[in-house]
Design a protein around this ligand. Structure first.
Ligand code: SF4
Length: 239
């Protein structure tokens, strides 16, 4: 999947300038090589920044969950992903393995991603909270406030085309709204990382754990309709 990052735009502009000054005589293969080199460098930079964030998350004690976790769960996936799936918080399996969405809900998310014609390694997966709340209770307001900067840096680094907010907590936090997931899902919203930054499209849908608890044909159909909209927005065909 091709991304439209600022770095890629800059690389394209640089290439256009070189072509202009060389009178269009620069061999096409050289242009392609240069572009590839710049894209690879951008990918390396994003991967390095994500590792840095993961390292900081691993040492973070900004909220009390830093005392109760077994492992922090920073997130994982493609540093240049077009789609960033964001859930609520790690559960017991995630806390034990330090990886997001690896329990039953994670298996269902894998199925959804595969049904979209993608692999887990094509996308990025993370949570609003990086540490498990005891007994899987709801995230606290202060915990969200403390943890959000980690996620915001991940979003800034990955610069995805689309964020998929999984469940009410993720959708409400990212969109700063009290509307229910039933009201929010099924349509694109705009997520703003900060003033002056262009919005990122956000699709809200049901959390896989909710889907497991309410495994009706109707609910599965709703999630699939949401994912089809994501694919269409990325100009990807529906498998
Ligand atoms: S939940 Fe977030 S803010 Fe709290 S300790 Fe873990 S990483 Fe730090």
């Amino acid at each position: 999947m091709e991304k439209n990052t600022d770095i890629k735009k800059a690389a394209r502009q640089h290439l256009e300038m070189e072509t202009f000054f060389s009178g269009g005589l620069m061999p096409k293969t050289k242009q392609a090589q240069q572009q590839l080199k710049q894209t690879r460098q951008a990918q390396k930079n994003a991967a390095a920044e994500l590792e840095k964030i993961a390292d900081e998350v691993g040492k973070c004690h900004r909220c009390e969950l830093g005392q109760t976790r077994t492992n922090a769960v920073p997130g994982e996936g493609n540093p240049n992903a077009d789609i960033f799936f964001i859930g609520e918080a790690p559960g017991a399996d995630e806390d034990a393995q330090a990886r997001p969405f690896v329990g039953r809900a994670g298996k269902l998310l894998d199925k959804i991603i595969n049904a979209m014609g993608l692999k887990r390694t094509d996308v990025y997966i993370g949570n609003i909270l990086k540490c498990r709340p005891p007994e899987n209770r709801d995230p606290g307001h202060e915990e969200i406030t403390s943890c959000l900067p980690h996620l915001q840096r991940q979003i800034e680094t990955i610069n995805p085309e689309i964020i998929v907010a999984l469940g009410a907590h993720a959708a409400k936090t990212l969109l700063e709204t009290n509307k229910s997931i039933g009201q929010l899902r099924g349509q694109f919203h705009e997520y703003y990382l900060g003033l002056g930054t262009p919005p990122i499209k956000l699709m809200a849908t049901y959390h896989p754990a909710y889907l497991l608890r309410n495994y009706s044909t109707e609910n599965r159909k709703r999630v699939w309709e949401d994912m089809k909209k994501v694919l269409a927005e990325l100009n990807l065909s529906v498998p």
